[in-house]
Design a protein. Sequence first.
Lengths: 318, 301
Amino acid sequence: MLTRGTLIYIGQRLVLIVFTVIVVSFGVFAVVHSLPGNAFVSDRVHGRALQILLHQYGLDLPIPVQYWNFLKGLVHGNLGVSLYIRDLPITPLVLRELSVSAMLGGAALIVTIGLGITFGVLAAIRQNTWVDYLLTGIAVVGYSVPSFVIASLGILIFGQWLNNVSHGALFYPEPWTGTYGTLAELSLPAIALGFYTSGQITRITRASMLEVIQQDYIRTARAKGLENRIIIIRHALRNALVPITSILGPTVIGIITGSVVIENIFGIPGLGKEFVESIFQHDYNVTVGVFTIYAVLIGISNLTVDLVYTVIDPRIRY
Amino acid sequence: MATILPTPVEYAGGTLAGEQVSLWRDGVRRLRRNRLALTAAIYLMVLALICVVSLFWTPYKPNLVGSCPTYDLPSGAHPLGCDDLGRDSLSRLMVGSQVSLAVGLATAFIVLVIGVVVGLVAGYFRGTIDAFISLAINIFYGVPPLLVAVALYVLLGPSLINIIIAISATGWMDMARLSRGQALSIREREFIEAARSGGARAGKIVFGHIMPNALGPIIVQATFVIPAAILTAAFLTFLGFGVPPPTADWGGMASEGLPSLQGGFDPYILLWPAVALSVTLLAFNFFGDGLRDAFDPRQKR
């Protein structure tokens, strides 16, 4: 499985990830530090007091030196301290938020892949019937309707109408409780987030299933008298999965990006919410930290997706 | 197995003799037969018309606070109701189309220019230039587009132009990759060799010979850039990184409507911009699909 070539490939990709993280974090670092204003604006400190404060957090140094200090900290896993909530270390904060976002993203990924593949397979085996038209129609709606619209409609339907109709017996509990929420609270955000990307997966699954079920080995399997269910799941879907993996990368990035919006709507204390808040609060150390984590996350998910290819399609070797 | 060839009648839509049609006219014919794409095109034309009309006339002044009672539900005088500041929702919805269309079209144009030039140059010259451009593409793929757009937008300051710049800066990679692939395959064809042996300069070959032949898939891709840009812009404005407040835009209107939806007293403020946005994106996607089926028959759905 892990041949020498694969290990070299993984090594190369890791180098590219490190390089990307350095370029991205420097870019964001330069951007946020050239902005007017800082986190101390609301403190109304001026003159000497401000100088002392800036010196205390190393903000009076030239930007390349500040960046070098940031990189030195990064190697030790230290992303510095928050400037808004004075001296709060960023690394534990960001890691906790990452775990919340990962939970939401993972749930959304399950929704996306589950819905997408089910719809795609059903549409393909019922090609040109009303089932096909309905499911492909849902798919197009899926990737045309912004996730915040789905989320708002979900809140409207499950949070209010259903609540009114059932006199409070059935409802979506809207305010997110605690750090991780409950399964009921997770359901709507995960569906709103996953529905958008599931449209593309439906499309590709349908197209590739249609191609696969015309092939000779499927006819052979039919001639052998295999049960249709087994033919579809074990023989056809197995090979139809190969093109699907090619859009897994964009799917994962779509979910990570979409989570920024969804977390802000539902008030989920994840990375995306922190990102937007830190910008509005001029808490630039946190902004840089969150961005760095995002760059690492995307690099690693892309690498994972590429390695999943080799499992699903053994012909691919690196 | 005997294959039944389609008769000329089926090809030429009525005429018995297989009339000669250019690729372009054939494409237009196929597009016109696609009802979904045609409906989408008509909707988009109506939207463009509304957008132009809203430049000169709206039922009420879109930014006039208190032109009707706050949270007024849809009524005869205000067909779509009023928002939290008592502004007429219909007028704001009409004006909001300007931002969406401007962002969509301008971004598609910028992405088209940057992506095609960068991609064709990388694909034609290969070697160091290609390696450098491909590395840049890979790095840009490694960052979440929405977040970079937010960072750029914060740096540049709040304005419509800056939204367009921020979205273009994160959206050119797909176009560049497509153009690069096209250039890589077209540069090996005989007519390029002929042009080169005829003494044509690199610029002439890339933009005079390769570009016209690569244009089909590129234009189809460009029509998908428009909805993607509108969507990203809506996300940005929804998060509060939008055009400065009094100006109406659909993402911002949806975001203003969210509290009154969550409060449970007026869902309409959010509903209208959400519907307008969704239908517009749907129309662009349907039209793009139709365009691809009509003009790029090699590509499968």
